[in-house]
Design a protein around this ligand. Structure first.
Ligand SMILES: Cc1cc2nc3c(=O)[nH]c(=O)nc-3n(C[C@H](O)[C@H](O)[C@H](O)COP(=O)(O)O)c2cc1C
Length: 194
């Protein structure tokens, strides 16, 4: 690897942020394939590569998933509360709000249930995908709220999620509209031994 390449990866890591505002521009198939190709370079326990992917462009189906998840989220967040939830709760209560922020594409990273480390492996894959997307000028956001759809067998079938896999990372992708500032990172606590 050249020095230039290593600087490039650090700037992509540093600059990537979750995008919640998208233009209508479609993400081309080759872009999505390049993103997945980067995803599958992630390390996996025992080298199992326990993932598969569903690319959802059907806006009506994406809307249906959002419509299903919203009232459940309102109820759960309302009950549990927690730091930083007020803004999200208020957005959820807005009828036009989509938990997918009107992104043109949703990619589900599915993990094989039988694999020993499916969740961690797929999370590493997802981060590679989000970084690769950013490098291509494509924004992304992990929509953890969408995992609730696993309680709806009919939607799971429509999303082509097989019984022996679970949704680990619901990721949206699209070309960013105006960006909000990147959330500031706290100084990490680092202990050195010795
Ligand atoms: C497991 C996981 C679940 C997340 N779920 C959501 C979500 O449901 N909705 C959302 O808007 N952002 C979600 N995010 C994005 C985080 O809010 C975001 O990564 C965090 O605020 C830091 O901002 P940054 O990604 O711009 O650095 C999720 C991120 C992770 C890792």
């Amino acid at each position: 690897m050249t020095g230039a390449e290593s600087i490039e990866i650090f700037s992509v890591i540093r600059e990537r942020r979750s995008v919640r505002n998208y233009t209508d521009r479609d993400v081309p198939e080759e872009g999505l394939r390049a993103i997945i190709a980067a995803g599958i370079q992630a390390p996996t326990a025992l080298g199992l590569q326990p993932w598969r992917f569903v690319i959802v462009k059907d806006r009506a189906l994406i809307q249906q998933v959002s419509d299903y998840c919203k009232p459940i989220l309102i109820e759960r967040i309302g009950e549990e509360g927690g730091a930083g939830t007020e803004e999200f709760l208020a957005a959820l209560k807005t009828p036009v709000f989509s938990i997918f922020y009107n992104a043109p594409v949703l990619v589900l990273v599915l993990g094989a249930r039988e694999a020993v480390s499916s969740f961690l492996d797929c999370a590493l894959c997802a981060e590679n995908m989000m970084l690769a997307a950013w490098a291509l000028g494509i924004g992304s956001c992990w929509i953890g709220s969408a995992a609730l759809v696993q309680e709806r067998p009919d939607l799971l079938a429509a999303l082509k999620v097989p019984d022996d896999h679970q949704i680990v990372a619901p990721l949206i992708f699209g070309y960013p509209g105006p960006l909000s500032p990147k959330p500031v990172r706290r100084e990490p606590r680092i202990d050195w031994v010795p």
